[in-house]
Design a protein around this ligand. Structure first.
Ligand code: ATP
Length: 336
């Protein structure tokens, strides 16, 4: 049911540019975590370090019981097979049709017979809603379809960990919502650990179980979705409110005098809006890693802001949760 990722004291520089300084976090097994941060804070560098494409200067990256930066080449190769990675553009080969693109890791890394390859490829294409598009070339399909093809390819080796770099880049909000539903349903079906880098605040608010925010070479905060969505931290409030007011500046952090001037003017990043309900898996699917709405708030004595967990239909998801889980297990809808 997915593998835990434990990062301890991660430090990474390129020449004199320090990207990460002593960063530690645990990405829980089987859950969906989202990583946010201003542009250039090293989110992609972090994903590449997790999969062993970049070597940190210092620190540990535990994948289960293996410390990735200290693995010999053969063990590293084996450990990488635990990962599925979806890069921003899907990273498809332009001259291959979708079937061959998605079959590529199976043909490259396994000795499976072609009939088995076909079975797996079609199964994954169905999971991401691409059945029937096997013969299309990447140049003939939309950006959203490219992402889903890249996702199918990331899934063919049955990963324990799925890393996704900006799945919403270049997608309209509706396609982004559909893709997020694919992630939720996939997580219910395969139970892998998901880590998704995104700039989309709506995705961050509704998709994950956990949110992390990178800022100034450190992790400003990482924890359950509810914790960040009710945070008082100015940097968290500024980012989640997409506000110009707060510590984050255009290219780097603002200095003391700018922040003092904002405070004198009474400017503030603003309070965060009510916590929205988390996106649910489609009918018939149940996610093992999903947090019941309000569980973190209850455990930590935090009163959820008014309106939290109440959806568009006026349903209170704290009260509905046990009924929801039971109805999903039976394949019915909670509203029915
Ligand atoms: N291989 C490399 N060599 C030198 N510098 C690099 C390398 N890879 C990344 N960087 C630098 O590291 C910094 C962080 O880059 P990264 O792509 O991880 O940022 P990001 O947070 O993902 O940004 P964005 O949100 O804009 O995609 C940037 O300044 C980038 O130029």
């Amino acid at each position: 049911m997915g593998v835990e990722i434990r990062v301890e004291g991660l430090t990474k520089s390129f020449g004199r540019q320090v990207i990460w300084q002593d960063v530690s976090l645990t990405v829980p097994a089987g859950e969906i975590s989202v990583l946010l941060g201003p542009s250039g804070t090293g989110k992609s560098v972090f994903l590449k370090s997790l999969v062993g494409l970049l070597k940190p200067d210092r620190g540990h990256i535990w994948i289960g019981d293996r410390d990735l930066p200290r693995l010999r080449e053969s063990k590293l190769y084996e450990t990488r097979k635990l990962f599925g990675v979806l890069f921003q553009d899907g990273a498809l080969f332009g001259s291959m049709n979708l079937f061959d693109n998605i079959a590529f890791p199976l043909r490259e890394h396994t000795r499976k017979r072609e009939s088995e390859v076909k079975r797996i490829v079609l199964e994954k294409m169905e999971l991401v809603g691409l059945l029937g598009a096997e013969h299309k070339l990447p140049g003939e399909i939309s950006g959203g379809m490219k992402k889903r093809a890249g996702l199918a390819r990331a899934l063919v080796l049955d990963p324990e960990i799925l890393l996704v770099d900006e799945p919403d880049s270049g997608l309209d909000p509706v396609r982004t919502a559909f893709l997020n539903q694919v992630f939720i349903d996939l997580n219910a079906q395969i139970g892998a650990t998901f880590l998704i880098v995104t700039h989309d605040i709506n995705t961050a608010r509704t998709l994950p179980d956990n949110i992390g925010l990178l800022y100034q070479r450190h992790l400003a905060m990482f924890g359950p979705r509810e914790m960040l969505l009710s945070s008082e931290e100015p940097v968290v409030r500024q980012f989640l409110n997409a506000s110009k007011i707060g510590p984050i500046g255009m290219s780097e952090e603002k200095d003391e005098s700018e922040l003092e001037a904002e405070a004198r003017m009474g400017h503030d990043p603003g309070r965060l809006p009510p916590i929205p309900p988390q996106q649910m898996p489609s009918s018939g699917l149940v996610r093992a890693g999903m947090h019941p709405p309000g569980a973190w708030c209850a455990a930590n004595g935090v009163t959820p802001p008014p309106g939290s967990f109440v959806d568009d239909l006026g349903r209170d998801w704290v009260a509905e949760w046990p009924r929801y889980v039971a109805s999903q297990a039976q394949g019915t809808d909670v509203g029915s």
